[in-house]
Design a binder for this molecule. Structure first.
Ligand SMILES: *Cc1c(COP(=O)(O)O)cnc(C)c1O
Length: 233
């Protein structure tokens, strides 16, 4: 059976291949290992195999793993929906948040970011799957929200994130990622200093990299199938 270390190598090879195919430097694409529902031991194994950044979807689950792995220099990314009663923990414990879609939550995170820490790296989630998802803002609203977030002292706006409609059709995958890339390029042209496009998962990372992704979020291809889905805690 393939180990987590084997899987990481295979995912890195996919990233490199996709970057080369797109005429991009493979080092311009980072890997976020999505560890939701997987135990702290799996994270430890991936960390030992050279993977420093992990994404979690549920705050309570993440806090438990952070407590178990406190001695490791892990970069924690919050990639699940943000609830206003959990912003304090997100602001206090994570290095990144990928799922900003409301000004009110962004303001709370900024206010609650501890003074001793660098600003929380923030991505605005763009909804490119229309009706099928309630998370994320429209491409138009992302532009207005970005201008607000860019001015909050406790946050550092780094770019955009998207979770497109799942499809096996690579042209459709690329079309959805391409919408996000266009919004990103528009914001950069407006003078915002953005450097991060969080797009691509186990099944569509090649299309995402072809459309300019700089950060792919991969769970299943590294850790295997998720055993259970936890209640959003
Ligand atoms: C679970 C999850 C992923 C990883 O998905 P895989 O298909 O397992 O690679 C990526 N991004 C987000 C936001 C997720 O919730």
């Amino acid at each position: 059976m393939a180990t987590i270390s084997d899987n990481l190598q295979a995912v890195r090879a996919r990233i490199e291949g996709a970057a080369r195919d797109a005429g991009r430097d493979p080092r311009s694409v980072s890997l976020l290992a999505v560890s939701k529902t997987h135990p702290a031991g799996a994270i430890q194994e991936a960390f030992a195999a050279g993977q420093p950044a992990f994404g979690e979807n549920y705050v309570q689950e993440a806090l438990e793993k952070m407590a178990a792995l406190g001695r490791l220099q892990i970069e924690w990314h919050m990639i699940g929906p943000l609830q206003s009663n959990k912003t304090k923990q997100v602001a206090g414990r994570f290095g990144w948040v990928h799922t900003l879609d409301r000004e009110r939550i962004a303001r709370r995170l900024s206010e609650q970011r501890p003074a001793g820490l660098l600003p929380l790296n923030a991505l605005i989630q763009v909804n490119v799957s229309g009706e099928s998802s309630k998370s994320g803002v429209s491409a138009i609203d992302a532009i207005a929200l970005a201008q607000v977030v860019a001015r909050l002292p406790g946050l550092r706006l780094r770019g955009l994130m998207a979770i497109p409609e799942p499809t096996d059709d690579m042209a459709l995958q690329r079309a959805q990622f391409g919408v996000v890339r266009e919004v990103f390029e528009g914001l950069c042209a407006d003078g915002l200093p953005l450097d991060t496009l969080s797009m691509g998962m186990s099944d569509d990372l090649e299309a995402a990299i072809a459309e300019g992704s700089t950060l792919v979020r991969v769970g299943t291809a590294i850790f295997g199938k998720r055993q259970r889905v936890r209640d959003a805690a």
